[in-house]
Design a protein around this ligand. Sequence first.
Ligand SMILES: [Zn+2]
Length: 609
Amino acid sequence: MIVFTSFLISCLIILQNCYAENNNKFPNSQMNEINYSVFFENPHTHYCEVEILLNDLTRDSIIFSMPVWTPGSYLIREFAKNVEGVKATNSKGEQLNVEKINKNSWSVETKSQSDVKLMYKVYCNELTVRTSEINANHAFLSNAGIFMRVKGFENKRCVLKINLPPEWEKISTGLVRESEKVYSADNYDIFIDSPVELGNQNVLEFDIKGIKHFICLAGKGNYKEDVLIKDFKTIAQEEIKLFGGEIPYKDYTYIIHLVEKGGGGLEHLNSFVGQMVRWSFTDEKLYKRFLGLVSHEFFHLWNVKRIRPIELGPFDYDTENYTKGLWVAEGWTSFYDNLILRRCNILNNKEYFDFLDVEVNDIMRFEGRFYQSLEESSYDTWIKYYRKDENYNNAQVSYYTKGALVTMMLNLELIKSTGAKQSLDEALRMLYEDYKRDNSRGYTDERVREVCEIVSGKNLDEFWKKYIKGTDELPLEDYLNYAGLKLINENDTLPASLDIEFKIDNGKIIITKVFKGGTAYEAGLNFNDELISVEGVRIDGEVIKTFMKNYKTGDELSFIINRQGLIENIKVKLQKPLPKYKIVEFEEKTDEQKEIFEKWISGNQKSNR
Ligand SMILES: [Zn+2]
C-alpha cells in the first residue's frame, strides 16, 4: 500500500491528540485549518453544495481529491462520480484555472493567490450506511463521499459550517461541536470518519459515567423509546466493562435510519450508522438481531477503530488498502456481538445458540471453506466478498462468519488450556493495552498470535497454519465438546433435497444458487435455470418444498427446465442432502465442561468450585 511518509508522521501526532480537550475556538487564525461549508439550496433535488476555503497559501497549485472508498466498507465506490460543477475562485471572486487530473482529483492553479475557494455540488440519492442521501425530509452525509481531501493538508484541522434549510432543526454527528452549526475534527481522517444526519430526527439521550450518548432515529418506526435507551445502554456498559471500564470518547452518536427495507451498519470513531426496517421493532427475533448489530458496531469503536490491523490507518483514499487482518477486525467482532447480548441477558442460551447455528451453517454446509482461507478472504474482499456472485458459497468464505467460528475455537482453546481461568477476553484487553501504549500503529498478525500464546501458554503455530492461513476442516465438534456442547445434523434424516436456492419471479421458479456437492450441482442444473416440472408435475413454490419428501437418496427424477429460452429434460439422481447443523448441550456435563462453558458465556470464572 502507498504510504505518505509525511502524512504518517503527522498522523502519529494527531492521533495521540485525537481526544485531547480541544482548546481552539472558532473562528480562529485560518493558518492551521481548512474551512468546509455545506449548503442545501434545493434538497428535494438530492444535491448539496460544498465550499472549501483555504487561506495563507504559498503554493503554485493545490490538488483536491474525492476518496474512492470509505473506511470500514472495502469496495472502490468512486464517490467522485456524484461530483458536478467543480470551480475555484480567489478572494476577489475571480475564477482560477481548474484541471481534472485523474478520475477523482482536480488541480487548482493558485499561483500568487493566498486564498482559494473550491466549490462543487454532490448528487446524493442512495441511502445506505456508506453512501449519502439528501431529500426534502433530511440529509445523511457519509463524509468520504461529500468532502474532498486537500492533498498535503490531511493533518490540518477541518472545520465544517452546516447551513441548514430553515425547516430542519437538528444536527447529529460525532464531530466536535464548536458553536451552533459549526463543527470540527482534528484532521481529515477524523472528519470523514464522522457522518452527519440533518433534519428533524428524534434524538434520545443517555449517560454512562457522565458521558453523553445520543440515539438519533431518522424516519418513522414502531420502536419504544424507553426500551431502546435501556437496551443500547446495557450493551454499551457490558462492552465498556469488557475493555476495562474506561470510556475512550467524549460523546457517542448512534445514527439509526428507519427504512422500508435494508439493514447493516458501519462503524466510526465515536459514532455508527445502522439501518432497521421501520415496523420490525415488535418482532422479537428481528429486534434482537438489530441489537446484535448495535452490539457489533459499538464493539468496533475498540476493535478496528482503535485496535486495528497495521495496514488500516493512516489510509490511502485513492486506492484499495489491503489487509489479511479482517478476520480479527470483523471475525472477533462477530464472535463478541451476540456473546455480549448473552452476557447482559438480552439473549438466553438457546437464542445465543440459534444465532451461532446460522454462522456454523453459513460455513460448514458449503465447500467454499476448502478453497479460500480466512487471510485470503480478508485480502480479496475488495474483489470478492463485496462483489459476491451466485458461486460465492462454493468458492469463498466470509471473514465475518468463518472469522467468528475460528474465534470461538480460539477462545475455547484459551479457556481450556488455562483451566478456565483466562479466555480471549484477556487477549483482547492485551491488544487494547498495546493501543493505549502506542496508538500510532495497528497490530501485526504475529502480535495477535503472540497475545493468544501468552494467554494460553501454548504455541499456536498449528492453529494459525490450519484455520487462519489454511483451509483445513474446522473441528468444531471437538472444540464445542470442551464446553459440553455438540453439533447435530438436522438433515441426517431428511430423505432428499435439491440443494439449491431459488426465487419465484412472476410464478416462475428460477434457480439463484446451486451448491457444490449437492444433487442439483452434480446433475447439471444451473444458476438461472427455470424449473418447470418434475416427473410430469408442474413445479411451484410449494411443490418444490414438499415433493422431494416422497423420494430418497439414489432415486432418479426427470426435470423439464427452461434454459435461456430452450426447453431441456434433465435427469437428476438424488444425493444425500447437505448438512444443516444445530448446537445442543450435553444432558450431563463434567465439571470441567461446566467451567469452560461458564467462562465463555459470562467472562467470569466459576467461583467456589
Ligand atoms: Zn463489522
